[in-house]
Structure formats: C-alpha cells, structure tokens
Design a protein around this ligand. Structure first.
Ligand SMILES: Nc1ncnc2c1ncn2[C@@H]1O[C@H](COP(=O)(O)OP(=O)(O)OP(=O)(O)O)[C@@H](O)[C@H]1O
Ligand SMILES: [Mg+2]
Length: 644
C-alpha cells in the first residue's frame, strides 16, 4: 500500500536548504525490539512480578482443562458409577471449578496492579523528561506531536497494553492447551495438525507485518492533525482576516482522511485474517471429528467429548492469537514512541561534570531538583557582579555563532542598558545568562562563580528576569505574582505600586478592601488575555521585583507601555533598586539614557561599552548615531549628563 509521507506532512515546507527547523517524526520499522518489552516489564515492577503473573495464567489454563475433565468424569459417574464415585467425581469437579475462579481472580487483581503501576511510572518518566528538556528541543518538536504522545500513546499504555499482553498470553496458553488435549486424546491427529499450524503461522506472520506498520503509520498520522488544530486555534484571527478558512478546512479534512486511511486498511487487514482463520478452524474441527469417528471404541465418551469441544474453539483461539499478537506489537508502538521521549537529553540540572559522567537512562532523572546549597553558598550572589568571558553561543539549528567572543564586566549594582539592532543577539545574551541556551565555550562569572558549572535551579532561582514576551498563567493576581506563596499581601501591593499597576488592580472585579485587600479573587485569564500587553509586562515586572534578587534582567519590558508609565518605572529602577545590578535591553533610548553604562551589541559581538554620556560625545560611535537617528539627541544628552 502506497501511502503519502504522513510523518512529514506538516514539515515538508519547513525543511528547506541546509538548515533544519523541525525534526522529522520517527517511525519505527520491523519487529518491536526486545528492549521495548523489557522497558514495560521494568515499569510493571520487574521480572518477578511479571513471572508471577505468567504463573497465574498457566494456573488458569491448567485449571480450565481439569475442570472440563472433572465435569466429564462426573457425567460418566452419573450414568454408570455408584454413589461413592459420584460424590468423588463431583468433589473433583468442584475443586477444579474453585481453582478456576481463584486463579482468574488473582490474575485479574495482579494484572490491574501491575498495569496501573506501569502506566503511572511511564507517564511520570515521560513528563519529567519533557519538562526538563532543553528549550532547543521544543524549538524542533511541534506541540501537536507532544500532545499526541501525551494523549493517544499514554491512553494506550493506560488501557490497552496490559490487556493485550494478558489476552495474548491467554490465547497462546489456550492454543497449547488445545493441541495438548487433542494430542493426548488422539495422538495420530498431531500429524495433520502440524502442517495446518505451519500454514497458520505463515498467515499470522503476513498479517503481523502489515498491521504493525499500519498502526505505526496511524500513530504518526495523528500528529499533523493535532499540530494543525493547535495552530488554527492560535491563529484564528489571522486566518479569518485573510479569509483562509476554506484552505484550513480542506487541509484539516485532508489530514483527517490520511489518518482514517490507515485505520480503514487496518480493519481490512483484520477481515483478511478472519476469513483465512475460519477456514483453517473448520479444517481442524473436521480432522478431529474424523479422528473421533475412526477411533470409536478405542476412546471413552469423556475423552472424545473433550477433544471435540476443544477442537471447536480452535478457530476462535487461533484468530485471537494472531490478532492479540498483532495488537501487542501494534500497541507496543506507543511504548516505543514514549521511550523515545524518555530518552530526550535533559537540561543540565546537575553540575556539568557530574552530568557528563552519567549515562542518560530514566533512572537518574532527578525526581526533585538538586538542593541549591550543595554547590553554591546560600547567600550567593550577594553583590551582583557579572562577567562575560569569551562567550560563544550557537543555536542547534543555526550554522553561525550568534554570540561571538563576548567579553564585558558589570560592576556590582550598576545599571547597564543593552542596545543594538534587531537580531544583534541581545536576547541571546540574556538566554545564555540563564542557560536556556548553553554557551559552547567561555565563562559567565557571577560574584566569582562560573554559572556554567552550577545547578540550573541555583542559577535561575537567584536571578530575576522580565522576558521579552510576558508570560502569565490562568489564576489570580496572587498566584501569578507569588506562585509559591512566600510573600504577604502587603509586599505584593508594594511591588504593584512600584510598577504603577496598583490602581488598576484595585479596580479589577473580585476581592474586597480595595488597595491592600486580598489578591486571590482578582482573576487573570489564560495567557493574561484579560490584560493589555503593557499591563502584562508590568505584572511580570512586579513578579520579578518581588523576588528581590540582586540581579534583575529586563528584556524590552516596557516596549508596550506608554512613555509616562515607562519613565515612572525607570524612576523606580533608579531610586528603589540602588544596590541591584540591572541589565536592561531597550529599543527606546530614553529608557536607558540615565543608566551607568551602555553596551552596544552588533552582529553578536560587543561593539561599544561605556557610559552613555561618553558614547554620545564620540560622534563615530554607533550609540551616537542611534541617538541622532532617534531625532531627540539633545534631550537624551541632557538626561545622560544629568545622571552622570
Ligand atoms: N531559538 C532560536 N533558534 C535559532 N536561532 C535563533 C533562535 N533565537 C534567536 N535566533 C537567532 O539569533 C539571532 C539573534 O536573536 P536575538 O533574539 O538574540 O536578537 P535580539 O537582539 O534580541 O533582537 P530583538 O531586538 O528583535 O529582540 C537572530 O539572528 C535569530 O535569528
Ligand atoms: Mg530580543
């Protein structure tokens, strides 16, 4: 069956030239490797728990045969035996019936416990690995794909895999049971059964090859649907503005068709198998019937009945065996896909050295973040001195260095404005300070500690940032400002005042008591959509101020705020953050004209680094021309002069 390249349906247009933006979604091929079974066995609780479950299944299979045999004995004794043999055979029948019940109960219980444990462990492992994945991984993996694994694949692990495995085991044992019963009652029948079994194996093999691959195609054909769905919802206003609803509708329909095509073929495959198995079953039942007729007089009624009953269930059993085997292989595909995500390399939460020495298995994922005091003193950084030494940075998808031998030193408590053209590398500079992108070489020293060697959590919990894109969560003002509830309401109101947002927050619906009242009922919608972009930035700024970190980084944090509020906030920076080192990226030069130092970035390097006044006095400097181009040179010069 020729199917389109479903895996890259969404990405063909994105993969151009030598630079690769989105990684191709992998589709496994061939047999499910033994490591996948081992992965699941380990998640279930190990080899002993699994063996115990298999023993329970064997117990069920043996009990079934003995129960049927006991029934036959009892029937026989009703016709010919005395009362003693009748009671004896009834007792045997009852004992084996109880054994069937007991074994079924215990195995079901064990099955439930193991499957729950496995599902939980596998989900937790994948979640932890995805949460700890570096930002570059999210750049190359579309959200829809991640959602697909967390919904479709996890649901398969939750509901299907243990069921499939136990059904397969039951069917396999059932087949052995039937062949043993037939072989025991009429041994000669094993001769015709042998080629039939060989033929059955060949059919099963054919079915397995195709259905397994179809299932894998079906799994990856869902990702493009998820990806399109999330993109469409996010870009709805744009799609409507350009009247492209129809195009998106048809693209979606096409992708859904692709997804369903795999599903349809899967069902056709099942019909193919069913037809052949029914014929083979009839052949087996016919052979056993003939065998019984020809051995009349040599075998008793009970044994003949037993052979006939089991041969009739042979077809059903064989069909189920093939189908459950295929189901196991198909659904283990979800484990393959999940295992791929549990192998994603985590961000370096440990120190660089210790992390590099570790192999990347799921066992050593830190379940809690490494205690910060283990590597750096608890009062670090007390001063706020920052030093970049020969920093080189490259994104995984870029070919050139985005930061090229960056060197500069920020003395304690100084306010540094970072300027430069769009794409000069300002945000990348900040990203490397937080190690959301790991520098390839060089060192970043904060108060004498090279931050490239300390646990990430220590670093990120001690430096505050207001990013270029404000991020707010659905919840209350309080949960957004102080997610770990470490501050009292009064502190929250104080920072809201500092960013000139207290009046607005007091007027928001919910809560009582006006200013200084509780902030739990003042609600924020998803992504802060009930606030203006400027207000979102101010709220992020308040969140950063609340941390009282000795280093504060502002990336275009007032870009969407009016001039007046911007200058009020800059007053706060100047007057209230006297001992705090501030790095502020700004396109609006008024914002940073009064700062102690200005760092001009140009094509990934530090082009100029001096006080704003000195740079403005040098008519050859880039900063000078930037100020001239702003059309407000005199005003900027006066601000810089007054501040110096
Ligand atoms: N995640 C990423 N993957 C690959 N390249 C990136 C990534 N982020 C940024 N870049 C590239 O790095 C360069 C610097 O980007 P950066 O965001 O640091 O610029 P910037 O100076 O902050 O610009 P702006 O003033 O517009 O915010 C750009 O050429 C950009 O294409
Ligand atoms: Mg930027």
């Amino acid at each position: 069956i020729k199917l389109p390249d479903i895996a890259n349906y969404n990405n063909n247009k994105l993969i151009t030239g030598s630079g690769k933006l989105i990684d191709k979604e992998k589709k496994q091929v061939g047999e499910v490797p033994i490591t996948i079974y081992w992965f699941y066995v380990k998640a279930c609780g190990g080899i002993i728990a699994t063996l115990l479950l298999i023993l329970c299944f064997i117990w069920i299979a043996v009990s079934w045969v003995l129960e049927t045999y006991g029934l036959g004995l009892w029937m026989d004794s009703l016709q010919s035996g005395n009362s003693y043999t009748r009671i004896k055979s009834l007792a045997v029948y009852i004992i084996f019936s109880i054994s069937v019940l007991l074994s079924a109960f215990i195995s079901s219980l064990l099955e439930a416990i193991l499957s729950l444990r496995a599902a939980q462990k596998i989900h937790d492992n994948m979640t932890r690995k995805v949460v700890l994945a570096p930002c570059s991984w999210f750049d190359t993996t579309p959200l829809g794909r991640i959602i697909n694994r967390f919904s479709q694949d996890i649901s398969t692990v939750d509901k299907e895999i243990m069921n499939n495995l136990s059904e397969f085991l039951n069917c396999a044992l059932g087949t052995i049971q039937i062949i043993s019963v037939i072989g025991w009652t009429i041994p000669l029948l094993l001769i015709p059964l042998f080629p039939i079994m060989l033929f059955t194996s060949w059919i099963t093999y054919q079915y397995l090859q195709l259905s397994r691959d179809l299932k894998r195609l079906e799994s990856i054909s869902k990702s493009p649907v998820f990806v399109l769905f999330s993109e469409t919802v996010q870009g709805l206003p744009i799609i409507r503005a350009f009247k492209q609803q129809e195009r998106f509708y048809y693209t979606c329909a096409e992708r859904v068709d692709n997804m369903n095509r795999c599903h349809l073929y899967l069902w056709l495959c099942n019909r193919w198998l069913n037809f052949r198995m029914q014929n083979l079953g009839a052949l087996v039942a016919g052979c056993v019937g003939l065998g019984v007729v020809f051995s009349a007089g040599n075998i008793d009624n009970t044994t003949a009945g037993l052979a006939l009953i089991y041969s009739l269930s042979f077809t059903e059993n064989l069909t189920f065996l093939a189908r459950t085997h295929a189901n196991v292989q198909m659904n283990l595909n979800s484990i393959e896909r999940i295992q791929e995500y549990t192998a994603v390399k985590s961000e370096k939460y440990h120190t660089k050295e210790s992390n590099d020495n570790k192999s990347d298995t799921d066992d050593e994922i830190p379940s809690t973040i490494v205690p910060t005091t283990s590597v750096v003193p608890s009062n670090w950084p007390s001063l706020g001195n920052i030093q970049f030494v020969d920093i080189n940075v490259k994104y995984p998808s870029s070919t050139n260095y985005i930061l090229n031998k960056v060197n500069f030193n920020v003395p304690n408590g100084k306010k540094v404005g970072i300027v430069g053209r769009t794409g000069a590398g300002k945000s990348t500079l900040i990203s490397s300070l937080f190690r959301t992108v790991e520098p390839e070489s060089g060192a970043i020293m904060i108060d004498g500690v090279n931050i490239l060697n300390i646990p990430l959590h220590s670093l990120r919990s001690r430096v505050a940032i207001v990013p270029q894109e404000p991020i707010l969560f659905q919840g209350s003002i309080r949960s957004n400002l102080d997610p770990f509830s470490t501050s009292v309401d009064e502190d929250l109101w104080n920072v809201l005042k500092s960013v000139h947002l207290s009046e607005y927050v007091a007027s928001m619906p919910g809560g009582t008591g006006g200013e200084y009242g509780p902030l739990d009922d003042k609600l924020i919608a998803e992504k802060g959509s009930n606030l203006s972009v400027g207000q979102r930035q101010l709220l992020c700024m308040a969140r950063a101020l609340l941390r009282k970190a000795p280093i504060l980084v502002l990336d275009e944090c007032t870009a969407n705020v009016d001039h007046e509020t911007d200058s009020l906030i800059q007053d706060t920076v100047r007057n209230e953050l006297t001992n705090i080192t501030v790095l502020c990226i700004a396109h609006r030069l008024h914002t940073i004209a009064f700062y102690d130092l200005v760092l001009v970035m140009d094509k990934g390097s530090v082009a100029e680094y001096d006080s704003p006044l000195k740079l403005m006095q040098d008519d050859k400097s880039i900063f000078y021309s930037m100020c001239m181009n702003s059309g407000d040179f005199d005003n900027l010069y006066n601000i810089a002069k007054a501040a110096s």
